[in-house]
Design a protein around this ligand. Sequence first.
Ligand SMILES: *Cc1c(COP(=O)(O)O)cnc(C)c1O
Length: 399
Amino acid sequence: MRALSVPFLDLVTPHVELESELTAVFQRVLRTAGFIGGAMVEEFENQFAAFCNSAHAVAVGSGTDALRFALMAAGVKPGDVVVTVPNTFIATTEAITQAGALPEFVDIDERSYNMDPERLRAYLEKQCTISETGALMSNRCNRPVTAIVPVHLYGQMADMDAILKLAEQYRLVVIEDACQAHGAEYFSRKHSRWFRAGSMGRAAAFSFYPGKNLGACGEGGAVTTNDTHIAQTVKMLRDHGQAKKYYHDIEGYNGRLDSIQTGILSVKLRHLPEWNVNRRQRAEEYRSLLSTLDGGVQIPYEPTWSRAVYHLYVVSTPDRDGLIAHLNAAGVGTGIHYPIPLHLQHAYEHLGYTVGAFPAAEQAASRIVSLPMFPQLTAEQQSYVAHSVVEFVQAPTLA
Ligand SMILES: *Cc1c(COP(=O)(O)O)cnc(C)c1O
């Protein structure tokens, strides 16, 4: 097989392909100087809400802003506890902290890498107590637990029926971290139909960081929700707490998304369905190329109720560092998402978690590798990557 150099991610090709459409956006905005707000922002918000099957989308400065504003608008208050998973990008918990709340973790499902509803149940039953006033209190910190943030990691939705049922039972708000899951789908056994990421929780956060399935040419994010009050509140929060210019109902933030980025996102959103189909086809191709490896390298697990959009293609192997070194030598780019679970990060020492607290997340962090996955990955590049993985697994081990 011909040796190739395969990048982990190619962000140049899709932008060069769309260059004239993208530069037209810039020209249009230059000629009106409508840099902030206006029709382009609203057009994109309507298009993105429709894409997510959600009533509203509100464009904001980043995915982190989206999550923080969604939590605040949904009523999370300073001093509350918000439950999430330890194996996510730190922005998930940064947003919780920025909303004034304290993150607590529950472990993940070993196969899907997403929040394990049974472990969430165990947390709610055994690590929380209902106070005299009826509030659900965390035993760790004696503060009220008010929200759950499931993360649709790598482009696959968490098991939302089970999570929403527990949330209803314990009267908790669910805010989806859909920052990696634009267009991912979940079949609800409860409602007997498919739902898009961003349409199931009270609200959801999306990121348009350039490398995401839908990326801006800079920073960006959005909150989706079916709740008109939440949409209105997020609009105020992103714009200094004003509903009308210079009439500030609350103190807010500078969290708007500018017109150029929303115009760019409108152009790219038209291509997203096709790009997501390509990602699913690449995943299927990896599956067939790597399925012979029985245990040497474990490929992603996609339950029948999930249609993942493969933001990342993550495999797992006991000799992760060996595989990365082998692929690197072969000219194949890789990533680790993420090498240190949040509960073991320096930044969260004060939360007091120790090694062993979340065994599934810790084991995943030591074994996962992300292989090249993007819509423009060619068949030749992909078979070279798969060939290199197979070569590593089948090489006789040097004792
Ligand atoms: C990218 C990402 C975010 C944050 O998005 P930004 O736009 O970078 O602020 C949050 N959560 C997850 C899971 C992400 O992957």
